[in-house]
Write a protein that binds this ligand. Structure first.
Ligand code: 5RP
Length: 238
């Protein structure tokens, strides 16, 4: 089975958690786009929901799928957010931000009663960190922020990892929907994601980081596993 097909299976399985009248947080990325397409078909069939997009790209695709949209500030609460991830650990801590939408994704996830993460099975890892951690930073003083991060990683026993300014098209630095830059930090195994998350949040110039801790309560992973099935991994407390 292709990775994209596995993503589609996970996305379509997430639809079973959607109930009429819900306000949904709509994630960003290729797996989330499979969910948007499945949701669009359900809406065409009569389902009534509204979606809060986590990026301009997602808003664009949602409009194409005829999904009614709402602004986060116009809803009291989001019932359920469905989003992809770059890595998922057994406690459902995540690395996100491969698509550069981590700031809005985290704001929406944190405003949601539940978050379901959808992915192909390869995203489930014993420990986070093989995927370079995206850190969204203010462009002003980016070199100073980068030095600060280097020192922090060394203090945390993570050595001297490469910290690369993400590139966009045309040889320019990639800019997020919020006009920020992304530093991709190749950390390797992260022993204590919660501790690192707290320390990153305290660095001046850091807007947000891609560690999502305690936000997802369910992961739906598409894969073969003998059949072409979608399996769920639940937190003990979920
Ligand atoms: C975007 C994200 C994505 O959810 C993450 O990169 C996974 O993407 P994909 O579903 O394309 O594999 O965090 O910022």
């Amino acid at each position: 089975m292709s990775q994209d097909n596995a993503k589609r299976l996970a996305a379509e399985a997430a639809l079973a958690h959607v109930e009429p009248g819900m306000v949904l947080g709509l994630g960003t990325g290729s797996t989330a786009e499979h969910f948007l397409k499945a949701l669009g078909r359900a809406i065409e069939g009569g389902l009534r929901v509204r979606g809060v997009p986590t990026s301009e790209r997602t808003a664009h695709v949602a409009v194409q799928c005829a999904i009614p949209l709402a602004a986060l500030d116009d809803v009291a609460e989001i019932d359920l957010t469905v989003d992809g991830a770059d890595e998922i650990d057994p406690d459902l801590a995540l690395i996100k931000g491969g698509g550069g939408a981590l700031l809005r994704e985290k704001i929406v996830a944190a405003a949601s009663r539940r978050m379901i993460v959808i992915a192909d099975r390869s995203k489930l890892v014993p420990r986070l960190g093989a995927f370079p951690l995206p850190v969204e930073v203010v462009p002003f003083g980016i070199s100073a922020t980068r030095r600060h991060l280097s020192a922090l990683f060394a203090e945390e026993g993570l050595g001297t990892p490469s910290i690369a300014v993400r590139q966009g098209s045309g040889g320019h630095a990639f800019l997020t929907d919020g006009g920020h830059a992304i530093l991709d930090c190749a950390l390797g195994a992260i022993a204590d994601p919660a501790r690192l998350a707290a320390r990153l949040s305290a660095v001046p110039g850091v807007v947000e980081h891609g560690l999502f801790i305690g936000l997802a309560s369910l992961a739906i992973l598409g894969g073969e596993a003998g059949h072409e099935i979608v399996s769920a991994v639940a937190l003990p407390s979920a």
